[in-house]
Design a protein around this ligand. Structure first.
Ligand code: ATP
Length: 263
């Protein structure tokens, strides 16, 4: 598997005002090293505030690091202007709340055709049909003319994944994609993300606070790594069963104990 994204000693610092004259520095990411290879599944786990979303935004090129470098196929993404669009197209985002990525005034067909037109000269409706089939919204004809509010939360999230897939990306960063939907539909989203890795060889960075869900995803894919984040640092990075059986940090033990049902 070739290296797609590499973070080298990435720090992201925010300054927070404190009192009238003071301010303090928040290290959302401290000194993070991470590699994601083509076709690899990586589950990024940590509690609220651990830095998961910031990490996702750095991978997507939406948050410039304060320190360190972000490499796309070996090149610093902030130094290669001519390949910038290739990078932006190759790395796509599925947000927690599909309402924030779907335009309520557009039909599902238009939600999908807009990125398809942007990236392909020969944009055809067949591509939208393929995307809906890939995320399990079948037959596509049943969904194309609907608006987001006419779909369930789980269906909306699958449209959001289809939209992220429209540019034929190499990596999808899914930020808590199963959090705002109920548990029966959660499995469906996990199955869709699994299909992306296994059938399309797309890398998936799956961000979650739930260790059990991370394990389920990696078990379904059949390979991949779990990355545990704590206070802006990666405290664990390895195959899920190794991490569960031999956790290096006490924080990981707490996460495992908080999700006893499936683990
Ligand atoms: N734009 C910002 N300005 C100031 N502080 C920020 C900003 N973005 C994030 N932070 C802080 O950085 C830390 C990490 O935030 P981040 O959203 O990455 O965590 P998270 O693990 O994704 O949490 P959650 O699961 O609640 O989204 C938090 O302390 C947060 O308050």
């Amino acid at each position: 598997m070739s290296e797609l994204i590499k973070l080298e000693n990435v720090g992201v610092y925010f300054s927070e005002r404190k009192g009238l004259f003071g301010s303090r520095i928040i290290k959302a990411l401290d000194s993070v090293n991470l590699e994601i290879r083509q076709g690899e599944a990586v589950a990024i786990v940590g509690e609220s505030g651990a830095g998961k979303t910031t990490l996702g935004r750095v991978i997507l090129g939406l948050q410039r690091p304060t320190t360190g470098r972000v490499l796309f196929k070996g090149t610093d993404v902030y130094r290669i202007k001519h390949r910038y669009w290739e990078f932006r197209r190759s790395v796509q985002w599925v947000p927690q709340d599909p309402y924030s990525s779907l335009d309520p005034s557009l039909t599902i067909k238009d939600q999908l055709m807009s990125p398809i037109r942007r990236w392909f000269n020969d944009a055809k409706i067949e591509k939208a049909n393929q995307l809906l089939n890939m995320v399990g919204l079948t037959p596509p004809s049943e969904y194309l003319n609907k608006y987001p509010h006419q779909l369930s939360g789980g269906q909306r999230q699958r449209v959001s994944i289809a939209r992220a897939l429209a540019p034929d990306p190499l990596l999808i960063v899914a930020d808590e994609p199963a959090t705002m939907i109920d548990s029966t539909l959660r499995l469906m989203i996990i199955n869709v993300l699994t299909r992306l890795v296994r059938q399309l060889n797309v890398s998936v960075a799956f961000i979650t606070h739930d260790m059990a869900l991370a394990r389920l995803f990696l078990l379904k894919v059949g390979s991949g790594r779990v990355v545990v984040m704590y206070r802006g640092n990666i405290v664990e990075d390895g195959p899920i069963d190794d991490v569960i059986q031999h956790p290096r940090s006490e924080y990981t033990v707490k996460l495992i104990n908080a999700a006893p049902k499936i683990l």
